[in-house]
Design a protein around this ligand. Structure first.
Ligand code: 4NP
Length: 153
């Protein structure tokens, strides 16, 4: 079993989008029983909420389910448990490293799964309003992440 946790700030725009898209590809590859997927936010403002309207409408357009996804805050135990803890921007990575402390964690930058994207971080559509741009990066990164996990296992 490989486990993947996507992390952003609010857990209503980027990381639930990645959770839904990645789950979609994992299901298509018939690997649902081998890869555990979740998402969380470093902040607690939106705990319990469904994904943002912009994320939902993008996923609806692509025919990708987000059923059951609710915002939650990342906790220390997540960092001990997950094989891949994947942050969307540098603030997320910094918050995760600080939460992990000396015990460390398997922390990755999502954008590193999108080589030659020209981006250093996954832009936050909460601020940019551009859910298309964020979706394109998340879709590409999720495909590459799945390829990497398949290669490694
Ligand atoms: P996310 O976007 O981190 O991609 O879910 C945000 C959602 C909410 C806020 C900031 C970013 N907020 O400040 O409430």
């Amino acid at each position: 079993m490989t486990s993947v946790l996507f992390v952003c700030l609010g857990n209503i725009c980027r990381s639930p989008m990645a959770e839904a898209v990645f789950r979609h590809y994992v299901e298509k590859a018939n690997l649902s029983d081998q890869i555990h997927i979740d998402s969380a936010g470093t902040g607690d403002w939106h705990v319990g909420k469904i994904p943002h309207r912009g994320t939902r409408s993008k996923l609806d357009e692509k025919g990708i389910s987000y059923e059951g996804i609710r915002a939650r805050q990342v906790v220390y135990e997540d960092l001990q448990k997950y094989d891949y803890v994947i942050g969307m921007d540098d603030d997320n990575i910094q918050a995760l490293r600080s939460l992990a402390g000396k015990s460390g964690a398997n922390i990755y930058r999502f954008i590193d799964f999108v080589p030659s994207s020209g981006y250093n971080e996954v832009p936050d559509p909460w601020y940019t309003g551009n859910f298309d741009e964020t979706y394109r990066l998340i879709d590409a990164g999720c495909r590459n992440l799945l390829k990497e996990i398949i290669k490694k296992t």
